[in-house]
Design a protein around this ligand. Structure first.
Ligand SMILES: *Cc1c(COP(=O)(O)O)cnc(C)c1O
Length: 392
């Protein structure tokens, strides 16, 4: 199928919920994608921060091929070897205590909300608990996850959403205190807001949140679906800040392309939480998904992916800072590790992305006319140099 046919069929049969760029990919290798016409693209979008290891990583590919031929699914009614391995590796890497595997980030957020509500219910038996979430946040599109997503545009057509959610301003502790009350059971936020415009939290903000939560026995929930799994230069962003959450969500690069998510609890949250009958999933944590997770952790360790991100981050930042100086519509840079945003002024970010696409470079946007770069974590100096060409 050529690009035209692919486009026509997709628009004819797939529900139009995305305005897609006029390109159709058929193959990937490392940091590059190839379209149906054989054109090559440098991928600094990584399927929205998913493809941490790049495309078609040989070790990942071989492991998945092996698992497909062995065992794909059993349901959670039985034990299997792959969940035992994946859970152990994720628990050790995250510093958390217990994990529940999901099929997506959104479902990880749903689980985190349920775990927090169950914790509070077991404490006092009341059912009017509140969760504080942040404006400009993004947590997903199902009704629970949408309810904690601080974006009116996403929420409005789908009201009524779940109750008991209050919003505060990110990096503004006073605005959190203003909505905090006896009913508050959890504070949910991304340590680095991704979709909202690439805003890293200030360390003091997270530390003060941790103190407030400890003092009042409120659960601190970090959504690390985008900023976790090495993207910020540690396995999880909390390790970078030294502020540990009670509940942690992961997805996106957790399976490096295989759809899998997770919510994780620390010891305290795991003590009073979901028990048999409270929560479930047919697919979640199946052998194929768990083999993906397990293999991702093996490759991260073997190739020192996090060390690589730490080493290359200053170079990526320096390169982007230079672009901000040179490119007239680039106003400022902010970000952490391999999750970077450039504020675009005097030009629609959509046009900037279209032009980059024509030059063979894939980048994405974030709220507030921000250009977002989330390259595979294995991108090197050569790819960073290639990214920097052709903007001015
Ligand atoms: C992408 C994302 C989600 C939703 O994950 P899906 O896998 O798309 O459901 C939730 N939170 C954050 C921070 C994300 O970046």
């Amino acid at each position: 199928m050529n690009t035209e046919v692919i486009k026509e069929k997709t628009e004819a049969y797939a529900l139009h919920t995305y305005n897609r760029f006029p390109v159709a990919f058929t193959e990937g290798k490392g940091v590059y994608l190839y379209d149906a016409e054989g054109n090559k693209y440098l991928d600094f979008a990584a399927g929205i921060a998913v493809m941490g290891l790049g495309h078609a990583h040989p070790v990942f590919t071989a492991a998945m091929q092996d698992q497909v031929g062995k065992l794909i699914h059993t349901s959670n009614l039985y034990y299997h070897d792959t969940i035992a391995e994946a859970a152990e590796k994720l628990i050790k890497a995250s510093g958390m205590n217990k994990v529940f595997f999901t099929n997506s980030g959104t479902e990880a957020i749903e689980g985190a909300i349920k775990a927090a509500r169950k914790y509070a219910w077991m404490k006092d038996g009341s059912t009017d608990h509140e969760i504080i979430a942040m404006r400009r946040s993004f947590h997903g599109r199902s009704l629970g996850a949408l309810s904690v997503t601080g974006n009116d545009h996403y929420q409005e057509p789908f009201k009524p959403l779940i109750g008991g959610i209050r919003f505060a301003d990110f990096n503004d502790i006073e605005s959190v205190k203003a909505v905090l009350n006896e009913k508050t059971i959890a504070v949910l936020l991304e340590p680095v807001q991704g979709e909202g415009g690439v805003f890293p939290a200030e360390e003091a903000f997270l530390k003060e949140l941790r103190e407030i939560c400890d003092e009042k026995d409120i659960l601190l929930v970090f959504d690390e679906i985008q900023c976790g799994m090495g993207r910020c230069g540690e396995m999880f962003a909390w390790q970078k800040y030294g502020v540990k959450p009670d509940i942690l969500t992961s997805a996106k690069a957790l399976g490096c392309g295989f759809p899998v998510g997770a919510f994780l609890l620390n010891e305290k949250a795991a003590e009073k939480t979901l028990v048999p009958g409270d929560h479930g999933t047919t697919y979640g944590g199946n052998p194929l998904a768990c083999r993906a997770v397990s293999t991702v952790f093996d490759i991260f360790e073997k190739e020192d992916v996090i060390g690589h991100v730490q080493k290359l981050t200053p170079y990526l930042e320096k390169t982007l800072d230079k672009l901000v100086e040179e490119v007239p519509c680039f106003a400022a840079r902010r970000g952490m590790g391999f999750l970077q945003g450039i504020v675009v002024e005097g030009e629609a970010v959509g046009n900037v992305i279209q032009n980059a696409l024509k030059e063979g470079l894939l980048v994405i946007s974030a709220e507030g006319n921000v250009l977002r770069l989330a390259p595979p974590l294995v991108a090197g100096a050569t790819e960073i140099d290639a990214m920097a060409v052709g903007w001015a």
